[in-house]
Design a protein around this ligand. Structure first.
Ligand code: NAD
Length: 424
């Protein structure tokens, strides 16, 4: 059976989804992209023609989501708009009988996510989240190593992403500067860090954090300056009402320092800011009773590395001796050219990114066809967003907050403004 899907939101990440679909079609013919939609016709048309050239079949172009849902012959939709539309489109799609995969974060706020979760439950349609970092084979290996006790009992994690955007708007996207649109590095990017910490260390109980906006006046700079490695995938997008060089008011938190207590008893420290001028620091480690795991950058293909108390190191293929049963799942293995055991790989970013996106689509389709749950469904999507928003909620209250209370709406002061502004 062919699963018929449409893509809504054809900006930077939407184009990357198109590349993921093109990669998927090299290995599988079970998914077909029937339509693409963006409020900007030419933005959607760029993505449609790229798909057409690569696969021989050009999706139909829409500028209105409701019209697409009514007219196109679909089994599901991939929602890759800016974050405020995720819940609106997901709920409409599920109520129309379609399965959904939405980009991270799952929804604008936890209230939006709860609505999505409830509609998925009521309709029985899949609500998957395209959280990509954990699907990197190196992160699969890292988790297998931790689970096998390769660093002993995990004591604490350091997750430090401290750098400078030189006063630029994140990713040259104005919505990322805005609180009510779920912007700001600690939230928009931090939800990846949150998911990875939970993936590697299990559930978390509480967060205490201080957050701030250090730089309220930002400049819209071209993507070629802000993130040169991604620029080619973002050069077709449109920024309504703004031009390069414009000043943009940043209302989203740009700096967060947090301490997390995991259910296992382990402690995590998460630091994120793009206002660290003259200093760039990236630390991603988990220390335990038998040594420290140095985590590679997601989608770098680099091998994890374990350093023991006596200074000895285990990395590369020697890691596989510690987890002899570790194997990639069948879909990942097919996408990674048939390998089952892997300790590093050498591919360019676009190829890696595309393979992971292909995996995410196939995982969602498998859930839809079997009536099962995708790997990252409402629970996992909400857990990661609740941890990211717990940083904001703790800073507003001045107290440690329970992540479950954030997930279920018992703590929501920071998000109440967003929900009110967006009318939910
Ligand atoms: N997983 C990742 O690594 C990753 C990376 C980047 C972005 N993202 C996520 O992907 C989403 C999109 O981010 P982006 O960087 O592509 O932003 P973007 O601004 O480049 O693209 C969003 C697109 O959605 C379109 N859009 C907005 N409202 C719409 C509507 N009502 N109907 C149709 N189209 C609409 C816009 O015109 C734009 O082209 C965000 O939720 C973001 O957090 C995830």
């Amino acid at each position: 059976m062919t699963f018929k899907i449409a893509l809504v939101g054809c900006g930077g990440m939407g184009r990357r989804h198109a590349h993921g679909y093109i990669e998927l079609r090299k290995y599988f013919d079970t998914v077909e992209m029937m339509a693409v939609c963006d409020v900007h016709h030419d933005v959607a048309a760029t993505v449609a023609s790229e798909i057409g050239e690569a696969t021989g079949s050009t999706p139909d172009i829409y500028t209105d989501f409701d019209e697409m849902i009514a007219k196109a012959d679909l089994d599901g939709v991939a929602i890759v708009t800016s974050t405020p539309m995720h819940h609106r489109f997901a709920i409409k799609a599920m109520n129309a009988g379609l399965h959904v995969i939405t980009e991270k974060p799952m929804g604008l706020t936890l209230k939006a996510c709860r609505q999505m979760r409830d509609v998925s439950k009521a309709t029985g349609n899949v609500m998957a989240v395209a959280e990509n970092y954990r699907r990197d084979p190196m992160n699969r290996l890292t988790r297998a190593l931790i689970e096998a006790g390769a660093i002993g009992t995990p004591y604490f994690a350091l997750d430090i992403g401290v750098g400078s955007s030189n006063g630029a708007v994140m990713h040259s996207t104005v919505w990322r500067a805005k609180k009510e649109q779920a912007g700001g590095a600690p939230l928009d990017a931090g939800v990846h860090n949150a998911d990875m910490l939970l993936y590697l260390l299990g559930g978390a109980n509480t967060v205490f954090a201080e957050t701030t906006i250090n730089e309220k006046q930002r400049t819209l700079r071209p993507m070629s300056e802000v993130a040169p490695g991604l620029a080619a995938m973002y050069d077709h997008r449109k920024e309504d009402g703004f031009s390069i060089g414009d000043t943009v008011e940043q209302t989203a938190v740009d700096t967060a320092f947090a301490v997390i207590r995991f259910k296992s008893g382990a402690i995590g420290q998460l630091l994120m800011t793009d206002t660290s001028h003259g200093q760039s620091l990236g630390v991603s480690t988990i220390s335990g009773s038998e040594g420290t795991m140095y985590r590679p950058r997601s989608r770098s293909g680099e091998s994890p590395r374990i350093v023991r108390g006596d200074g000895s190191e285990v990395t590369g293929d020697a890691l596989l001796d510690l987890v002899p049963d570790f194997e990639l799942d069948d879909i990942t293995s097919t996408l990674w050219n048939g390998v089952k055991q892997i300790s590093s790989y050498d591919m360019d970013f676009r190829e890696i990114d595309s393979k992971i996106l292909a995996y995410e689509y196939l995982d969602m389709v498998q859930a839809a066809e079997t009536g099962g749950q995708p790997e990252v469904g409402p629970q996992e999507g909400m857990d990661a967003l609740a941890l990211a928003y717990a940083l904001m909620e703790s800073s507003v209250s001045g107290l440690p907050v329970s992540i479950e209370d954030v997930a279920e709406g018992r703590v929501s002061k920071f998000q109440d403004d967003i929900d009110a502004e967006m009318g939910i």
